[in-house]
Ligand binder design. Structure first.
Ligand SMILES: [Zn+2]
Length: 229
């Protein structure tokens, strides 16, 4: 719909509905339009500058993380009203849930129950059996007209790079085991120091990559907004 900004975010799907995972006590989102309330200052009209309040969403689904954890689901939301646009996501005064994907590895009985809960509380929301199908149906929006470049999370790329680098290192270590003893005996101190340096560099690179591949914070709330409207 015109006048809305699309985003992706996590919810915890319970018998009551779709609850925000961070302020779980706030209860489930409204079936039509959810309006933001500030948990810090009642006088705030969310989203307030310099505060974390407002309903958040990421522009790209890769920022929502892998979604393990009990009842964790990914949803597509459409924000409206006052929206503060950040580099990777937004905070909004109000939003509605557009689509939701069911948790992974849900048995048929549990799935039917969850579909029933969603149909009762969120009749307008389209329910998908997997996150992949949902994203195919609701791809990231082009927000270049708003001055926002929608990109996937670099954390995903770091994760894959870390895995490939780890595998390469393991293969290298294994291949050392098949080097003939005579060759190893001929190696001098400098060569051994070189091998040690390579090993340490490999470990350091892995630590660096794993730190950057860690999941994103709960929301884009803490980043400095680049533009408001
Ligand atoms: Zn606030």
């Amino acid at each position: 719909m015109a006048g809305e900004v699309q985003g992706y975010r996590r919810f915890r799907l319970t018998e009551d509905g779709l609850c925000p995972p961070v302020h779980f006590g706030a209860g489930p989102w409204d079936g039509r339009i959810e309006r933001a309330r500030c948990a810090v200052d009642e006088g705030h009209v969310p989203p307030e500058w310099g505060c974390g309040c407002g309903l958040y969403g990421w522009y790209h689904p890769s920022y929502t993380g892998l979604g393990t954890g009990w009842g964790n689901v990914t949803a597509v939301v459409a924000a409206r009203g006052r929206v503060i646009l950040g580099d990777t996501g937004f905070r909004a005064a109000a939003a509605r849930i557009v689509a939701v994907s069911l948790p992974r590895r849900t048995g048929p009985r549990r799935r039917r129950r969850l579909e029933q809960v969603l149909a009762e509380r969120y009749p307008d929301v389209s329910v998908h059996r997997s996150r992949r199908r949902m994203v195919r149906r609701h791809p990231p929006e082009d927000l270049s007209a708003l001055g926002v470049a929608v990109r996937s999370s670099p954390a995903v790329r770091y994760r894959w790079t870390a895995l490939v680098l780890w595998l390469c290192g393991v293969v290298a270590l294994c291949s050392v085991a098949v080097v003939p003893r005579a060759v190893l005996d001929r190696l001098g101190l400098v060569e051994w120091l070189g091998v040690l340096a390579c090993f340490l560099l490999w470990q350091a690179a892995l630590v660096w990559l794993v730190c950057r591949a860690s999941p994103p914070p709960a929301g884009p709330a803490r980043q400095e907004p680049t533009e408001a409207r």
